[in-house]
Structures are given as structure tokens and as C-alpha cells.
Design a binder for this molecule. Sequence first.
Ligand SMILES: CC(C)(COP(=O)(O)OP(=O)(O)OC[C@H]1O[C@@H](n2cnc3c(N)ncnc32)[C@H](O)[C@@H]1OP(=O)(O)O)[C@@H](O)C(=O)NCCC(=O)NCCS
Length: 408
Amino acid sequence: MKYRKFDLKKDKDAVFDILNECGWVHNKKKDRYLNKFLPAANTLVIDVNGQAEVMATSSIGTIRYQDEKLKLSAITGVAASLLARKQGFAGKLTATRLALDAEKGAEVGVLCIFDQGYYNKLGFGNGNYEQIVFITPATLNIKRKPKTPVRLTEKDYKKIHKNRVNRLPNHCAVTLPEYTTQVELGEKDKQMGFGYFDENGNLTHHVWLHGKGKEQGPLWVQWLAYENLDQLMDLLAFLKSFEEQFLLIKFVEPSLINMQDFIEKPFLIKGMTRKAEHQNYINSSAYWQLRILNLQKCMKKTHLNCEDFSFNLQLSDPIGKFIPEDIKWRGIAGDYIVTLGQDSSAKKGKQEGLPTLKASVNAITRMWFGIMSASTLVYSDGIKAPDELLKKLDKAFLLPESHVDWGF
Ligand SMILES: CC(C)(COP(=O)(O)OP(=O)(O)OC[C@H]1O[C@@H](n2cnc3c(N)ncnc32)[C@H](O)[C@@H]1OP(=O)(O)O)[C@@H](O)C(=O)NCCC(=O)NCCS
């Protein structure tokens, strides 16, 4: 398998065909993902019969681990044309992209899944459930009067991106580069943005919406950005102000709150709108996955509220067999001595007398982010450890909920 860098001039027609066959892209000239995003991102292709038939791309950003920031490789697209399926190309190219990013310093990898199982083979494990909220704005229980915002357009992309970067942080929050924001702003006839500025001209909170031009909605909140929860209340009050016209707004539940606390009679409305066009409900799924790419660096930035304890980790990582021979980074499988506490660490080797945890990188990543407890991972992901160690791990990783709060 030979991979190479994407070249817009040379590969535009071929990559358009790949993306068009996937149903993602319909306009070769104007599509922003093809013409703006892929050239700015780290895009690789594989040729079959002399032209690109498979692509995988990543964007380098950050992911928060409590108050620390880690270097992130976000896989922001994987696709194979209809003639290049089931040859192993797509999986290998994704692994190649991750390996090259890991060599350049990425500490964690993240991606959205088309289904569960495929990326598990590359060491990824399920993230937290995200709640997708479908509500009629009239049911929002927000008492404050809406403030009049300023209209935002694509031209404001720098301010919009800065506000997203400076948003109220939460555990596991992802931030990607400016081009990822800019590319999302391009559909003038369907999108609109509204925001609030402080006296120094800084955008402090805003909402970016999709669904313009439909009399009763639905409106899709592409993102909300705010520096504190009071500003989130401003944004919810603003969305409620649409209540005379729009029947449905959809959004991913903001981290740190439960939307149900802000909905009037949620069960009554859910029952009354059951099977209706504008059904009100909250739906959850784990649609993103992540994996550790550098265990030592991740542990160095891990500060836990527990007494120090150490164990031997026998770590397996399935990604190596998907990576071409010419790349040095082949995953993180191996033996480590891990110490957890205020200042955690992982170093290569084994120490006699310590208990042993046997786990895959998929499972360790989930435990480390606090997504699933060690005791549960015994059954869901097949990890093995003495009971006493499992109990210590369960307590050590009682962390806030993980939410990525960024589309990719
Ligand atoms: C997703 C996509 C890239 C996969 O392409 P592909 O050519 O089937 O992938 P690969 O050849 O690398 O892998 C195929 C293998 O994965 C397996 N697989 C597929 N889905 C799986 C799942 N959910 N769980 C476990 N294994 C899975 C297949 O059974 C096959 O196994 P085999 O090698 O033992 O026969 C392709 O279907 C595509 O381009 N889809 C449209 C765009 C898209 O959805 N991209 C993904 C965005 S997250």
C-alpha cells in the first residue's frame, strides 16, 4: 500500500468522485470541504489504477484532560470510493495518518464513528454518551428577557473562532484550528449566527445555527460558545425568543448542564408530541471515540485526587499491523510501570511485587478519561486485574463527564 499527500490540483476530480460516491459532496467547484478543508488539513490518499481512490485526513488541535491540554490528532474524514472498498485501504490509511501525527507529537487521537467496531480495530474506545436534544423553544423554562445580539456572518470567522477557543472549558473539550471553524460558516442561505460583544469588542458568547429559510424550523444549533454559564442562559433566552415561530430546535446538550432542568413539563410534551413531526425528546449515543497515542505524556499530565499507587500495565494495541513498514511509530503496546496520584507517570518496564493490569489501549483510554470504570471494563472490554487494584482505579478516575464540544 503506497500512500501520499493529497494535492488539490492533481487530485480534485478523483477525490470529488470519492466524496460524491459517499454522498458527502455534490458540487466540485464550490464544496468547501473539498476545496478549502482538505488542502488545509493533513490529507493523505491512496492511488488505485493511477488515481486517488481512498482518503484520510486529520486536524491537529488540543483536548483537555481536567485542567491540562494535550496535543490531539482529530481524524476529520475517512472515505473510500466504491471501487476501493473492503481491501483494507481505508483502515490502513487512517492508521498511517494517526502514526504520522503521533510521530509529530500528538498525544491523543479522536474521531467520529459511522458505526461501532471499525475504529476499535485501531485502538479506539467509545466516548461518553452525548445527549441530542429536540425541543420546541416555547417549552424552554428560561425566565430572563432576551438581550439583542449582533448578527454574525462568515466575515467574522476570526472572532467566532477566538470565542470558541476561549469558551468555558470542560473535561475532554476539543479545540481544532481556525480553518475548521471557517469552513463550517460557508452556507449563507442556510446558516446564521448571533452573538454578544463586550465593551472591548470581544465576542463573548454566540450561537451558530443551520436551518435558515424554513418557516417553522427545525433549526440545528451547530454550536454554542460562552465563557460562563450566565452567558449560556443569555443564549438559551435568545433561542426561546423564537417561540412564536419555530416548532423545533435541535442541539447537542451543552456540557455542565442537564437540559431537562430548563424544559417545562418535559414528560407531558414528550408524550404529546410522540410520533409527531416536531417530536420533543432527548436521544443519547456515543458517536465519538478516542485513544491514547503517547502513554507517558498522557500520564505526565494526569493529576488525580487519590493516594499514590503503582501497578504494572501489560498494554496491548492493535494498530501496529495496519501501519506501513516505513513508519517508526507502531502503537504503544508494551509493559509499563504506572503510578497514579497528584503527579502520575508511566515508564517502560515491569516491577516485581506490584499488581498487574492487563488491558488494551481502547480500554485504558476509556478508564483514563473517566468514561467507564475499571470494574465495568472487565466485562465490556476484557481488562484483567486483581479486585483490590480495580477498586483503587475506580476511585482514582472519578472524573467529570467527558464531552468533546466540537464537531469533527
Ligand atoms: C467507512 C469506509 C471508509 C470503510 O471502508 P472499507 O473499504 O470497508 O474499509 P476497510 O477495507 O479498511 O475495512 C473493511 C473491514 O472492516 C470491517 N468492518 C466494517 N465495519 C465494521 C464494524 N462496524 N465493526 C467491525 N468491523 C467492521 C469489514 O467487515 C471488513 O472486514 P474484513 O477486512 O475482515 O473483511 C467506507 O465504507 C466509506 O467510505 N464509507 C462512506 C464514508 C464514511 O462513512 N466514512 C467514515 C466516516 S467515520
